[in-house]
Write a protein that binds this ligand. Sequence first.
Ligand SMILES: NC(=O)c1ccc[n+]([C@@H]2O[C@H](COP(=O)([O-])OP(=O)(O)OC[C@H]3O[C@@H](n4cnc5c(N)ncnc54)[C@H](O)[C@@H]3O)[C@@H](O)[C@H]2O)c1
Length: 272
Amino acid sequence: MNIGLLGCGAIGELIVEAYADGVLEDINIIMVYDQIREKAEKCASKISKSPKIADSIDELVGTPDIELIVEAASQKAVKDYALKILENGKNIMIMSVGALVDKEFYDLLAQTAKKRKRKIYIPSGAIAGVDAIKAASIGKIHEVELITRKPPSRFISDKIPGDIKIDPDMKEPIVIFKGDAKTAQNFFPRSINVAATLSLASIGPELTKVTIIADPSIEENIHEIHVKGEFGTLKTYVENLPSIKNPKTSYLAALSAIKTLKKISEYIEIGT
Ligand SMILES: NC(=O)c1ccc[n+]([C@@H]2O[C@H](COP(=O)([O-])OP(=O)(O)OC[C@H]3O[C@@H](n4cnc5c(N)ncnc54)[C@H](O)[C@@H]3O)[C@@H](O)[C@H]2O)c1
């Protein structure tokens, strides 16, 4: 399968490195694009049979040989380009899943994918349990909750609701958000991808509860999931090490993107 990469930051680079190491059999990265050209050049330079560097999104989307575009850029990129990608007859893998909590936009993408017979792949990212939650969603799910803990520095660029201020010298953990996944999206766009994925796999962004905690005693991004339903109860807990390339991104998220790509060309699928 011929692939075009949209976004050559932490996740994009790790995908390219896995490809260069031969992890992604039956996949060819034939074009890369980033709004910062040097980033695209850096990614391209890691591959021995150098992919073409697109000069524009239109070049990436308009290249007939590309069957799948892997988005690892930003929620804005998803909002601006995902529809165009599907309408041009290409499949898309979306990492900036937070863009999909907008139900109208999600429905539009889903309808377009159906009409054009294309697929939208959403890797499970930095959380565990999506396989079981998908199975559970065939029955009734009563309650879904995500509790995310991160070091305070990861929230520096977020606008936190209420009067809460992140003090770099804080000693005790503080809850900086409690609400639903849809509202969380307005305040914590970078932290919301996991909540978005969890909610889309279960009961939707408006019903999925989210608690976000700034915790000075940890180095990792910790995601805890609690689900109750007809199947019983599920709890998962992941302590994610940050990616060396971007401490805001969990390494597991990039590995999940790589595994999703690998799965597309595998002949045995394990898990739901
Ligand atoms: N699904 C998950 O669990 C999960 C986990 C971590 C990160 N993410 C999301 O995945 C995305 C990529 O993460 P990252 O850590 O690689 O980010 P990053 O900031 O390291 O890299 C993003 C790259 O995309 C480029 N880019 C951004 N907007 C663009 C646009 N409109 N057109 C072209 N290029 C554009 C940037 O220049 C940058 O090089 C982010 O949106 C992030 O929030 C998702």
